[in-house]
Write a protein that binds this ligand. Sequence first.
Ligand SMILES: [Zn+2]
Ligand SMILES: [Zn+2]
Length: 724
Amino acid sequence: MMFRTPLTVVPIGILSLSLAASLGSAPASAEPSTLYKPKDIQNARENIERYPWAQRIVGGWKHIVQFSMTRDREALRAFIPEFTPTTRYNQTCPACVGKQSRMGEGRFSWSSDAPDQLTCTQCNTIFPSEEYPETGRLELPHRGQTITYYQTPEERALPATATAEERGRHALRLNTAGPPMMTSFSGLIRRARASSAVAQVLPLAKLYTLTGEIAYAERALWIMERFVEVYPDYLWRSYRNYFADLPPAEVSANMGAHGGGGGRFPVGVIRHAYVADPVALDNGFFGAGRLQDHANDYGWLLDMTVAYDLIRDARYPDGRPLLDEEMKLRIVQEFLVPACEDWEHWRAVHNKGMGYFALSAAVGTLLEQPERVRHALNGFNRMLAERYHADGFYTDTPHYGLFNFSQLRPLPDILLGYSDPPDYQPQEGPRLENLDPYRMGRYQRVVEAPLRMLAPGNRLPVIADTAYDSPLRADYAELLAARFGGRYAALFEALRGARLSEAGTEYSLWYRDPDLQAPEGAAELPLRSEWFPGYHVGVLRAGRAEDTALYLTGHQFQWTIRTGHAHPDILALAYYAFGQELASDRGYFGGAMAPDRPLTGQYWTKSTASHNIVLVDDKCQPTEAPAGCHLELFGVAPVAEVLQGAGGADTRPTAAAFPVPRTVEVIQAAGFNAYPQCEEYRRTSSLIRAPDGQTYVVDFFRVKGGHPSLPHRGFRLRQHHSPA
Ligand SMILES: [Zn+2]
Ligand SMILES: [Zn+2]
């Protein structure tokens, strides 16, 4: 690395966390305190001793770490690059673009066996290549780095005095019509090398924890040591290839001071191969990273923190510690804390933001920093309050609910059992003692909500942006079984089709009590006919939850709470019978727009018109103003009918004369702002179970308003329709 002359930019709005506990001395307790606590480690040991499923998980880690176990300290050190990796977003293969691949959609494979090359997965061209040299140079002089990139022959032919804009006209692009975008094979190789090295660390640390073999811990430490050294030189950059030529801590502070966006920097700090003198780091934290892209650094940073927690007190067989105090302080002060502080400047509460609150939770419990733990806990509570309805449903869609949950999940696991240090008195509020996030506020409802909504076949109902036929993932049932036991243990067995002793993922390895037994009897999912008052969705099941469900996706749109990924489908209906989705919502297809794809994959499926609904004035429901529906009637009524046997002198009841239940279930809801031009937009849907057990639907849609000469359309189901 060359010399560096950091620019002086005064960071504004430094996070006011007290780091006193970490900066003066190493924390007193060396018991693991982040994701895996002593009791979890004990669980894991016993599960491994008793169950083949647990042994297979350990076997998987051993396979992963073969790479580091067959290398020495120097080899691992040399493997990890010393400066900034570049983004994998919008890279192009110059050899086959326009033929076998699209502009901005190049795909390259990389292997640790040939770590200095990439192969195009479409045309098999190997990079670096003399035919496609990286002649472009993006200089980052303050930090002494040069990012090299490929230039097209036309760009290469320009005189040295050509401006960024002139060069950009001939460059590879984000997509065919998009802005110019560099493709850097050397940067991608650095990214692949660094990513594969960090992926070794947590499996190594887990193996040390569970086997006591110091060779695993040693290698985890060697990789960590190298990151202490190089991470300050992994500069902030965005997925559109803006680079910040400044010490990373100054960049994150600047972005944080400007609301998490791209900050305001002096000219010359932010660098882009084809943009002259930008002053902001693109769109800020959301698109940024220092190793991964697009705000995805939380995963490996959390892994590193947890790994350090597991090996910090590792010892050789003769009792000597693996890490001396100086190395512990370096890892904490020069790597983990600055990495965590970087992202504490970003206070966004959404699925990616949650990963960083989990990182704060891990660093906070590791270093016994109650303020940092509170920062994490506040993020968690804000997420529950701002992004989940009171009934536990995620505001977006069932699919995104599960996705968000997977990001949310580590945080309560880290904070479970947390207590403030004995001598700590908070300036505000009570001390935290033996925290149990699983029984705090609405979290249990959040965990249970997806189960209550399930469609026949234990699939997610296809509401809004949810792909058809998405199963409830097994790890979800594992969490419920491990954290709540009881009927959820039985549910786990039902969903997995295996006994607890026969199956488990890593979640169960650490957190499931090895003695957990499912109670006798069949597991029952909490599937009832109900209205979810927060989400504004109702489901009727007619007592046949195994194969029947009718959903009124009344939901709400930017009304009580923010929504994304919703469809303008207020009062739409979906109906499952015989285990099949008969009246369907098309759900989610994805697929971004491109010059040769003028519509997104969602263009039709998202529209009101694709739903089982009345379309007023031939237009979709507007999405500008808050909208939703009010529940007006919800009822489940068993109607006993006496079927009279054939008359005769004998009046003794026959089998046919006993009361036979006919169940009527009904939901009625009225749109609120669904179509502002309508004085009435109301649906009454009723699911009836006939005496023979079959179900049928009676559905009324009342509409008043709209333009008299424009058509209103109803789709797929019979509607009673009374225009004004
Ligand atoms: Zn190619
Ligand atoms: Zn839909």
